[in-house]
Design a protein around this ligand. Structure first.
Ligand code: CP
Ligand code: NVA
Length: 301
């Protein structure tokens, strides 16, 4: 039976722990020449730009002994109207797994329904589970544990926020989201995670959210596909900038995370991005290790 990774919520706490443990081992050993995916091919179907997701998957797939096959909808027949079910059925005959970056999460679900291979969400408008996996790995490395860690997410209630909510709920972090009214994370995700016992607070004051935080996390105010709302959002989100004053509200030893790319001077200042609390580049590196462990989990067990 194939497994997908469309939402972080698709995996149990035990499975996530196992993947993070393996990712840390893989990071320590480096590209060791072990090739658990030799002879396999993994597709990367990307409808939006990407630096980290694309490159970390391409390199990781190669390091595992497999071959990455990158494609955009315009380069394959989807761009000329071939249906998602037909594309999913055909690609399943060639590939061993596929990573898809797209707008609509429903497209991923439809693709998965017709694919006989694992489908990995490389970002949709509502979820970014590969990012959340690397984020958990980074928090584990920096703080030595996940359970009970106080995580403050400041900014837009977007795909990254939704996946962090699922990550926090699964792994027992205490998450406070601070966002302007009208820009909250998906209510059905918050509800589902709370129902399962997740400690998730949504409020509007960033200073309150950061009080006593172990980790402060932010993301861009204007996500891919939202460019037309840019001006309005930039104005509305100005009080949500992660800067030195906001960091001052947090606990001793706080670390600052950002999934990147950052819009320096908007959601985060240069001073904080480049400051001693920032772990953003370790976090970006961990995309490689955590996705290698994810691919091994899905394809080589
Ligand atoms: N964080 C992240 O997914 O970055 P990219 O858009 O560069 O892939
Ligand atoms: N929320 C951002 C994340 C980019 C990695 C976006 O969707 O554009």
């Amino acid at each position: 039976m194939k497994r997908d990774f469309l939402r972080l919520w698709d995996f149990s706490a035990t499975e996530i722990e196992e993947i993070i443990k393996r990712a840390i081992q893989m990071k320590e050993s480096g590209p060791s020449g072990e090739c658990p995916l030799i002879g396999k091919s993994v597709g990367l179907l990307f409808e939006k730009p990407s630096t980290r997701t694309r490159i970390s998957f391409e390199v990781g797939i190669y390091q595992l002994g497999a071959q990455p096959v990158y494609m955009t909808p315009q380069e394959i027949q989807i761009g000329r109207g071939e249906t998602i079910p037909d594309t999913a059925r055909v690609l399943s005959r060639y590939l061993d797994a596929v990573v898809i970056r797209t707008f609509s999460h429903e497209l991923l679900e439809e693709f998965s329904e017709y694919a006989s291979i694992p489908v990995i969400n490389g970002l949709s408008d509502t979820h970014h589970p590969c990012q959340a996996l690397a984020d958990l790995m980074t928090i584990q490395e920096k703080k030595g544990r996940l359970k009970g860690i106080r995580l403050a997410y400041v900014g837009d209630g977007n795909n990254v926020a939704n996946s962090l909510i699922e990550a926090a709920g699964r792994m027992g972090l205490i998450l406070t989201v601070a966002c302007p009214e009208g820009y909250e994370p998906a209510p059905e995700i918050v509800e589902e995670v709370r129902q399962a016992g997740g400690d998730i607070v949504i409020l509007s004051d960033p200073r309150e959210a950061c009080g006593g935080a172990d980790v402060i996390y932010t993301d861009v105010w204007v996500s891919m596909g939202e460019e037309e709302f840019g001006e309005k959002k930039r104005e509305r989100f100005r009080p949500y900038q992660v800067n030195s004053a906001l960091l001052g509200c947090a606990g001793e030893g706080v670390v600052v995370m950002h999934c990147l790319p950052a819009h320096r001077g908007e959601e985060i200042t240069d001073e904080v991005m480049d400051g001693k609390e920032s772990v953003v580049f370790d976090q970006a590196e961990n995309r490689l290790h955590s996705q290698k462990a994810l691919l091994e989990f899905l394809l080589a067990r």
